[in-house]
Design a protein around this ligand. Structure first.
Ligand code: FES
Ligand SMILES: [Fe+2]
Length: 391
């Protein structure tokens, strides 16, 4: 059932998808306060495990220090090199790749080659910049802002479905992570995921048709919206049910999709959990990152192991196929957006987009007049101390 009975206004204008100033406002007021899911606990399972990535133009290094996860700006205070340019690895110490300065878990310096050359020692300016890091289930989140709400407050009412036995982790195991760059504004990708209206046109072979309104439920709030449906009972659904039972889990036959504004979406079937995030990289480009989990269940026998491995392979393949179908449409949407004289319109089936657009406008309106966030704020904080978080 949809909440609205009549079409809705397309609140964002085409220039909201192309303008440099609106992009800057979104970065500061939507993205810098946000928590970003970047990795899984399994990616950083062993002491010394690290990974690096770019988050909103900020190079990040995530590392496990004897069981504590820490996130740093991947920039050395000596002469600005990335500490490492490797995407992931394991090292006994956090050491800069250029001249070998070493750093401890608080971002302070350890061993400095020929340290006497730096007398008198400027301790404060030799610290790594540190970011807040926390976990929810198997997901590792980073926040670029020194202040603001905790991860638990940020996720709010979606905490229970995201953590615990049936969230990300628990009986679901991380199966794959993938990233993709798209030549469109980040909201094009996000909005596409918030409606099932495009299914017959964009996914004619994979899904065939959108669900009837009697089988579609929306929950609409300022911070998040949800969509729930019961997919039609086809051969693939019956196979899924059979596998889920063999892995010792309950069959619900439900499909859920949720968005936590601004940029994090989660979808679930009995057989999988998928977390997707879209990061703006310019007014007209974005990067999409997906953390994909498949059911492992409770059974520990050879059949369950074989089914788990097969499910993992097939589910990742199907998910990537669906993404490729969606991705084929993005460039055309962006190109049309740049030339559009239209106001646009949102149908009742697309009402979650209305809530999303309202969130964007409510949180960026008048943004040009708001004071800029301090440069230091967007590059982490200097204090060599932070709350430890175990993987
Ligand atoms: S730039 Fe890192 S040790 Fe010199
Ligand atoms: Fe789609």
């Amino acid at each position: 059932m949809f909440t609205h009975q009549h079409h809705l206004r397309h609140l964002l204008r085409p220039e909201h998808y192309t303008s440099e100033s609106h992009y800057r406002a979104e970065l500061r007021h939507l993205f810098h306060p946000a928590w970003h899911p970047l990795a899984t606990v399994g990616d950083l399972a062993r002491p010394g495990d690290f990974l690096t990535l770019d988050l909103l133009d900020t190079p990040i290094l995530l590392r496990n220090f004897d069981g504590e996860l820490r996130a740093f700006l991947n920039v050395c205070p000596h002469r600005h090199s990335n500490l490492t340019t490797k995407l992931r690895g394991n090292t006994p110490r956090l050491k800069c790749q250029y001249h070998g300065w070493e750093f401890n878990k608080d971002g302070g310096t350890g061993k400095i080659p020929d340290a006497r050359a730096f007398r008198p020692w400027d301790r404060e300016n030799a610290c790594l910049r540190q970011f807040r890091v926390d976990t929810c289930g198997d997901l590792v989140f980073v926040n670029l802002s020194n202040n603001g709400v905790s991860l638990r407050e940020w996720i709010g009412p979606l905490w229970d479905v995201s953590s615990g036995e049936h969230g990300y982790g628990g009986v679901y195991r991380h199966a794959a992570t993938w990233e993709k760059e798209f030549p469109c504004n980040w909201k094009v990708v996000l909005e596409n995921s918030l409606e099932s209206y495009h299914i017959p046109q964009v996914h004619p072979k994979t899904f065939k048709d959108f669900p009837d309104e009697s089988l579609a439920w929306h929950e609409l709030t300022d911070r998040f919206t949800s969509f729930r449906t019961i997919p039609p009972r086809e051969f693939a659904t019956r196979v899924q049910d059979w596998i889920v039972r063999r892995l010792g889990e309950r069959v619900t036959d439900e499909y859920w999709h949720r968005v936590l504004h601004p940029h994090t979406t989660g979808s679930s079937l009995d057989s999988s959990r998928m977390l997707q995030c879209v990061f703006p990289t310019s007014p007209t480009t974005c990067r999409y990152r997906c953390l994909f989990f498949t059911l492992r269940g409770h059974r520990r026998n050879p059949l369950a192991w074989g089914l788990y491995r097969m499910l993992r392979t097939v589910a990742v393949m199907v998910a990537k196929k669906v993404f490729a179908e969606d991705a084929a449409i993005y460039q055309g949407v962006q190109h049309g957006m740049a030339a559009s004289p239209h106001a646009g319109v949102i149908g009742t089936r697309e009402e979650r987009i209305y809530l999303f657009q309202k969130y964007v406008l409510d949180n960026t309106v008048g943004a040009a007049e708001l004071p800029l966030v301090e440069q230091d704020e967007s590059r982490g904080h200097l204090t060599c101390g932070a709350r430890p978080v175990g993987p």
